[in-house]
Design a protein around this ligand. Structure first.
Ligand code: GRF
Length: 201
């Protein structure tokens, strides 16, 4: 069974979606550890509620990003982690984690990449006036929100939407496609071909 670490900085609803998918048998994998850079992130609480090891690693306690990530890496290695999921993790990954887990780190982004990378993607899309918004699960590489795309889901923008209502409907789809993408990964159905991800049926 694939051993997963989830890195999260906030409320952890995507973490919850992965936990639920494992508990209901959809996903054959194990979350062995949840790590957060934020001490009171609700994601840590969710992990505890489900008996998952959780760690707060405070970046301020380290002299550099490398040292901070080396501490995370130590935790991941201790737990024999094979796959890292970023789920609302608000720090840009550095070379320590990217090198150690090359092509084994996934992220969920609340926009149809490559449109609207970075922060507040749903609001960016809404303000831009798009008619179709959505979310993306992708491999993580050196560039922010830029790695090869695994799955995307569209969400139509309604006439009476606000950025909030739109973000809520996007989030519902995030909770579906993240477990789906993780399932494809753990079942070894993803093949990276340059920028493209082939899904093997
Ligand atoms: C989600 O919208 C995700 O796409 C983005 O950050 C948000 C995290 O939400 N990367 P949650 O903490 O999983 O509820």
């Amino acid at each position: 069974m694939t051993r997963i670490a989830v890195l999260a900085s906030g409320r952890g609803s995507n973490l919850q979606a992965i936990i639920d998918s494992i508990e209901n048998g959809y996903l054959k994998a194990k979350i062995c550890v949840v790590v957060s850079d934020i001490g009171d992130a609700y994601a840590l609480e969710r992990a505890r509620k489900h008996g998952i090891n959780s760690f707060h690693v405070d970046p301020k306690g380290f002299g550099s990003k490398d040292l901070y990530e080396e501490e995370i890496l130590r935790i991941l290695k201790n737990n024999n982690v094979q796959l890292i999921l970023l789920a609302g993790y608000m720090k840009i990954l550095g070379k320590t984690l990217l090198t150690a887990y090359k092509n084994r780190i996934l992220n969920i982004h609340p926009a149809l990449l490559p449109a609207f990378p970075g922060l507040h993607a749903q609001e960016q899309a809404f303000r831009y006036g798009v008619k179709v918004a959505g979310c993306t699960v992708h491999f993580v590489d050196e560039e922010l929100d830029c790695g090869p795309i695994i799955l995307q889901k569209c969400v139509e923008v309604k006439e009476d939407d606000t950025d909030q209502t739109l973000a809520e409907r996007i989030l519902e789809q995030e909770h579906k496609i993240y477990p789906e993408a993780v399932k494809l990964f753990v079942e070894n159905k993803l093949r990276l071909e340059g920028r493209k991800v082939k899904i093997i049926k």
